[in-house]
Structures are given as C-alpha cells and as structure tokens.
Design a protein around this ligand. Structure first.
Ligand SMILES: CC(C)(COP(=O)(O)OP(=O)(O)OC[C@H]1O[C@@H](n2cnc3c(N)ncnc32)[C@H](O)[C@@H]1OP(=O)(O)O)[C@@H](O)C(=O)NCCC(=O)NCCS
Length: 221
C-alpha cells in the first residue's frame, strides 16, 4: 500500500493541488452546492478554494496529506484570535466573491461567515477552529482525513487547548466523533433563503473537542 505523508502546506507549490483536492472533496457538499449551484461549481469551485486556502495558510496551521506526490487531503485551521493582517485579506476575499458571484450571493456568504463567528464566540471563544477539511473523493475512507487532523489535535492536546468545527455535512459527524469532537448545536443557517423556507435547508453541526483529562490524549493514533 502506498505511503501517506502528512506535512505543512507550502505556499506556491501546494496552492493548485490543494484547491483541486477541495473541489473534488466538496463536490456533493450541501453548502458548497447551495452557494455554487450546477455549472458555477465547475467554473469557480477550484478558484474559490484557492482564495480560501490562501487566506487560511497564513496562520501556519494548514496541513496536507500526500500519497505518491499527489495531494489527497487538506485541513486548514484558524487560531482562536485572528491576527490584524487577516482582516484586509478577508475583505479581498469578499471583493473577489462580489466580482464572481454578485452582490446577493456575497451578502449571503458574509452572513454565513458572521453567524459562524457568533456561534463560535458562544461555544468556543478560545479554541482552534477547523475551517476546512477535505479528501479527494476517490481517496476517502483510507485514513487520510484522520492522518491530516493529527498534527493539530496533538498540538491541542499538548497545549491543553480545545478545538471547534462546523460540519457542513451530517455524514461526517461519526468521523469527527471518532476524533474526539462532540455536538454542541445543530443549526440551519440558510433557512431564510426563499428556496429553503419549507425544508429549513442544510444542517450545520457545530462540534467541540474539549481538552483531554489530565495525563490523557484523546486523538486517534
Ligand atoms: C470528512 C472527510 C474529510 C474524511 O476524510 P477521509 O480521508 O475519508 O477520512 P478517513 O479515511 O480517515 O476516515 C473516514 C472513514 O473511513 C474509515 N477509515 C479510516 N481509515 C481507514 C482505512 N485505512 N481504510 C478504510 N477505512 C478507513 C474511518 O473509520 C472513517 O469512518 P467513519 O466515517 O465511520 O468515521 C472526507 O469524507 C471528505 O472529504 N468529505 C467531503 C468533504 C467534507 O464533507 N468535508 C468536511 C466538511 S465539515
């Protein structure tokens, strides 16, 4: 079986492969599809993930798993408090969204990000936040997702620091539970969209991973 290696993301050489990896991973994601329906995802998905990764990699907490030289999984984390330089980068990201998706969709993206920040402040004011995680579709279920989480989960354990995430797909909840996360809330951030008035839209599962009890580590080895 080919060896999988986990390492820090390298700006420049990893940008393109990481964005293609995420595009493949989120192909069926309910939130990605709500924001980029049909052909929009095909046309702009990779570019959007590239912008997002560029924003996050500055925190120095983005990891990749590669197998035979190909990026198979990406996990990008955020610190508990964003440094000042992150704000202009965020504005540039929103400006790009405005250019590509238009005002209505950009406003919706901004609203989703703001409501996410509010929930985070409520449930996990000090915690590392897993902002995005994805494994190439045909490589899922081989342990790469578990492997890519390990450096940051180990770091959190060493530092006695909690972790937090918003799962955009309920099918990932068992995977996150296996990695020590517990559900703190389920919410429906798109329920005020006209098309979701009846159904409430896709569920977002907010999950928290507490510091380990004294002398224990709870990450999967
Ligand atoms: C969630 C996600 C990142 C997990 O990545 P992955 O590489 O498939 O993760 P793993 O292989 O480590 O674990 C996935 C499952 O495979 C199983 N598994 C782990 N190692 C395995 C191996 N060597 N062989 C077979 N199965 C294995 C795990 O038990 C796990 O099962 P579970 O879902 O019941 O917990 C991946 O499914 C994905 O990219 N999904 C689409 C994008 C997405 O939803 N991202 C998260 C948004 S919140």
């Amino acid at each position: 079986m080919a060896t999988m290696t986990v390492r820090l993301f390298k700006k420049g050489s990893d940008d393109s492969s990481a964005s293609m990896c995420l595009k493949s991973a989120f192909e069926d994601d309910p939130f990605a599809r709500a924001f980029m329906p049909g052909q929009v995802y095909e046309d702009l998905g990779a570019e959007m993930y590239r912008k997002w990764i560029d924003l996050l990699q500055g925190f120095g907490m983005t990891y990749v798993v590669e197998c035979e030289g190909v990026t198979k999984t990406v996990a990008a984390w955020e610190p508990d408090h964003e440094p000042i330089w992150a704000y202009p980068k965020m504005l540039l990201f929103l400006a790009w969204c405005l250019w590509k998706f238009g005002a209505k969709q950009t406003f919706r993206i901004f609203k989703l990000m703001s409501s996410g920040d509010e929930k985070r402040a409520k449930h996990a004011p000090t915690a590392y936040r897993l902002s995005v995680l994805g494994t190439v579709a045909d490589f899922q279920g081989r342990g790469a997702g578990t492997k890519v989480l390990k450096p940051m989960l180990d770091r959190a354990d060493r530092e006695n620091f909690p972790c937090y995430l918003e799962s955009s797909n309920p099918k990932n909840v068992p995977f996150y539970k296996r990695n020590g996360f517990k559900i703190v809330e389920e919410c429906y951030p798109l329920q005020d969209w006209p098309e979701y008035r009846e159904s409430k839209g896709p569920v977002m599962t907010l999950m928290y991973r507490d510091v380990p009890p004294d002398g224990e580590t709870s990450s999967t080895n």
